[in-house]
Write a protein of this length. Structure first.
Ligand code: KG4
Ligand code: ZN
Length: 336
């Protein structure tokens, strides 16, 4: 089946066309430059940008996929979680297209999209029991996967998400916004043992995450330095990254021991982090768990192809919206 998918959950306007789980086009128009000077995403600017970009992005997605609206079998759109007024732009457009072209609508949870992004352009089969690790700008979650479409949150973040912590530390080091990737790059030149930041919740028997303590400890070190040399910055970045990833590995090890999964699905923007991937590979090997990673970097970031693949599985289960109003924005939606 041909699916047209839309995601406007945060600061990227994205539209994709998929044939089942195979991507024909996946257009992402980033608004980073519009938000950069504010050091973060400004909701009203995001809405304005989505409104400007949505039509050209959809047009381009159809063009590249070499299909027209009449060929499309279903329209998928993110209903949440995300910024309410940003989500609203994508939902209104999806409803308008569904109405005008008499197509069925499918509402998709953005985090389910990240979780299932490993199945985009892949022939992997889900093996059970399976677990998901979602690491993004707003989420840090370990998910129990009962089957596709049926999930339970085993652990989640109590304060700042991992991506948010990367972004805040990066900003304090003068690396701009969003700085997660730049921080990871700088860390390559640093000594990761130069600073002994505390591993959050170390030894605490939970699968939850916390990044505000380590972030505060890093900020204190930065503030106390009279002048920050390039080497200082690299050492801080490397030491922070080591501990931030160590925290994930602590939780994953505990979750593996507790749940004995055979498969781990990795998703979200932080999934591109090289150290995280390296440590996860090691841990998965030790526990004999098959690790699935999105096929490319673009599929880790916010993108509509992952929404399309989640919609494909919903269509297989006949989970179409009953009416237009069935798809309503849910900024605080959870995956389970
Ligand atoms: O999934 P995503 O594109 O958007 C959200 O839904 O949040 O994730 C974006 C996050 C940002 O916080 C960004 O700094 C972080 O992913 N990120 C990284 C790396 N590349 C992007 N964090 C750590 N290491 C990276 N290489
Ligand atoms: Zn996301």
């Amino acid at each position: 089946m041909l699916i047209l998918a839309i995601d406007t959950s945060c600061d990227d306007t994205s539209c994709a066309v998929l044939r089942d789980t195979h991507v024909l086009s996946n257009i992402i128009s980033s608004q980073t430059s519009a938000h950069k000077e504010w050091g973060g995403v400004v909701p009203s600017i995001a809405r304005r940008e989505h409104e400007l970009l949505i039509d050209p992005v959809i047009k381009k997605a159809l063009q590249i996929a070499k299909v027209s609206m009449k060929d499309i079998d279903a329209i998928a759109v993110t209903y949440g979680p995300g910024l309410a007024i940003a989500l609203g732009v994508g939902i209104a457009k999806a409803q308008e297209l569904a109405r005008t072209h008499s197509k069925p609508l499918i509402g998709v949870n953005h985090m389910e999209g990240h979780l299932l992004s490993v199945f985009v352009n892949n022939t992997h089969k889900l093996e059970l029991p399976a677990m998901g690790l979602l690491v993004s700008g707003n989420h840090t979650e370990i998910i129990h996967i009962e089957k596709i479409g049926s999930y339970r949150i085993l652990g989640e973040v109590l304060d700042d998400a991992i991506g948010e912590a990367f972004d805040k530390v990066a900003r304090a080091l003068g690396l701009g916004y969003p700085g997660g990737a730049a921080l990871a790059k700088l860390a390559e030149q640093g000594n990761d043992k130069a600073y002994n930041f505390p591993v959050p919740l170390h030894g605490v028997k939970t699968l939850d995450f916390s990044y505000s303590g380590i972030k505060a400890a890093v900020m204190r070190v930065i503030k106390e330095k009279p002048a920050l040399t390039q080497q200082d910055a690299a050492d801080i970045a490397a030491s922070f990254q080591r501990v931030a990833i160590q925290h994930i590995m602590d939780r994953i090890k505990r979750a593996f021991e507790q749940e004995s999964p055979v498969m781990l699905l990795l998703g979200g923007g932080v999934a591109v982090n090289v150290l995280l991937r390296k440590e996860l590979r090691k841990m998965c090997k030790k526990f004999n768990v098959k690790l699935l990673i999105p096929a490319n970097k673009k599929l880790c970031m916010d993108n509509a192809a992952m929404i399309g693949v989640a919609a494909y599985y919903k269509a297989q289960r006949n989970e179409y919206a009953q009416s237009e109003r069935d798809v309503d924005r849910q900024p605080g939606a959870t995956i389970a």
